[in-house]
Design a protein around this ligand. Structure first.
Ligand code: ATP
Ligand code: MG
Length: 460
């Protein structure tokens, strides 16, 4: 990386003012790897293109209207953006125009948070005294050390310009484990109308990054506190303050935050954790003894999860994964389950293309989020899970397509055309094979089918 930057610096020549800016500087100071290194320069985009090409580098004008040129070094793309000022925000999302050829200080002033508004001239990179060379007009280093997310300048004005920033603040809180500084946090509620203009694709991307951060609870708490939760995920709001006495140690929202944190940082698992109990408040029922019950909430939670992720234009893969995890999260395989019951459960997972291991991972996170010590509940359930795993490994027939007799053979046997009867017969054969996989031979199924046709088939 350092070599590549040195190559770029040499290519752009004297007076380029080439500097590492934004997230790259923040991540360097935190000692964490940065997903991308953004570079900024005083040169105009045309000059960047010319000088890079003269030096034999491939340069692509990827975003000239924003002053951005991408230069390839050693097969890696580097985005080089001309120092710019943003001019006028009327759509609540993007500047109406950008002004190129401003000072580095002006470029830093347009950035969202102090920790993202530092620059490091590239000649200092890799030198022992690099920290001395930091350009930090907004106190980014101090905020980084204090773990604070603070808007550059007046937060009310900055959130009026661009409605994405409040969401980014919550996302950084989750990714960095930081606190949103008081005035910055207080500026979010008055600017919710601007935040509402952010495209759903960006909302989904930011929320997913937030959920997958190391401290998602911080991000979610900030969303709830500022009203962003009500704006983007209104279905989640009733979970706050929803008590579940007796059967649970934690109320629904506290439990939800704990499950999100306990689940591995994977978009499907984390979204499922957030939404797995979203239907509980609407299903809350208190019995004569004062205990709260939530019978049938899984179906409501699944429907709400589908609606939310459809609204946010999530991919079908994410939607189906989350829906399946939510649908099956409440199943407690009992130690008393026989093999047939285990196979029926495996079939339900297979029907929803949810691997057993993924289901078990989520189940564990749900338990951990109830405050259970895994060691206290695992032994009795471990045995069932082991049995489920062993059975799954044997790849038993779990779908109609796995039956030893297909639809065509059954129609020939019955001497009838297909119809609703065929589906019912196949369901019956499937049920028999789940009870006893040994029956999954052509001969045995033929005998079963003949018996069924004699007694149960409707007249042709
Ligand atoms: P990451 O890449 O880890 O998501 P980042 O801070 O690098 O975080 P980018 O979206 O890559 O975020 O943006 C790079 C830099 O551009 C930021 O560090 C910030 O200085 C500036 N920036 C990005 N989005 C905005 C915005 N909406 N308003 C103001 N400045 C922004
Ligand atoms: Mg970045």
């Amino acid at each position: 990386m350092l070599d590549a930057v040195a190559t770029l610096r040499a290519a752009l020549g004297p007076g380029s003012g080439l500097a590492l800016v934004g997230g790259g500087v923040r991540d360097l100071l935190l000692g964490r790897p940065s997903p991308d290194w953004d570079l900024a320069t005083a040169l105009l985009p045309g000059a960047v293109l010319d000088r890079a090409r003269e030096a034999g580098l491939r340069a692509i004008p990827t975003g000239l209207q924003h002053g951005t040129v991408t230069v390839m070094v050693g097969g890696r793309p580097f985005e080089i953006t001309t120092f710019r000022g943003d001019e006028g925000y009327t759509d609540g999302r993007r500047p109406d125009a950008v002004r190129l050829g401003v000072t580095l200080e002006e470029d830093l002033a347009r950035r969202d948070f102090t920790i993202n508004a530092m620059a490091l001239p590239v000649e200092a990179l890799g030198t022992p005294g690099w920290r001395e060379a930091l350009v930090d007009p907004h106190g980014g280093q101090a905020d980084l050390a204090a773990g604070l997310i603070r808007a550059v300048g007046d937060p009310l004005a900055r959130f009026q310009e661009d409605g994405l920033r409040p969401l980014r603040a919550c996302r950084f809180a989750a990714q960095l484990g930081f606190t949103i500084e008081a005035a910055t946090l207080a500026a979010v509620p008055p600017r919710l109308a601007v935040a509402a203009k952010v495209s759903v694709e960006r909302v989904l991307a930011e929320l997913t990054k937030l959920l997958c951060g190391p401290e998602p609870g911080r991000g979610l708490a900030a969303l709830a506190e500022t009203g962003l939760l009500g704006l983007f995920l209104p279905e989640c709001v009733p979970m706050i303050g929803c008590d579940q006495n007796r059967h649970h140690r934690y109320p629904v929202w506290e439990h939800t935050l704990a499950v999100v944190a306990a689940a591995p940082a994977d978009p499907g698992l984390r979204w499922a954790a957030l939404l797995h109990d979203v239907g509980k408040p609407s299903k809350r029922f208190v019995d004569a003894d004062g205990a709260a019950h939530f019978h049938g909430h899984e179906a409501v939670s699944e429907a709400a999860a589908r609606e939310i992720l459809t609204r946010l234009r999530a991919s079908n893969a994410l939607l189906d994964d989350v829906a399946a995890l939510v649908r099956h999260h409440g199943v407690h395989p009992a130690p008393a389950w026989g093999d047939a019951a285990c196979r029926r459960f495996l079939k339900r997972l297979a029907d929803d293309r949810l691997p057993l291991a993924r289901w078990a991972t989520f189940r564990w996170a749900d338990q951990a989020g109830k405050g259970f010590d895994p060691a206290s509940w695992l032994p009795e359930h471990r045995a069932v899970l082991d049995r489920l795993e062993a059975l799954a490994e044997g790849q038993p027939p779990l779908a109609v397509k796995d039956l030893a007799l297909d639809g065509r053979a059954l129609m020939a046997l019955a001497g009838r055309k297909g119809g609703p009867w065929l589906g019912r017969l196949q369901a019956q054969l499937m049920e028999r094979v789940l009870e006893d996989p040994g029956l999954n031979t052509a001969a045995a199924l033929e005998a079963e089918a003949r018996a069924w046709l004699r007694t149960e088939a409707p007249p042709a």
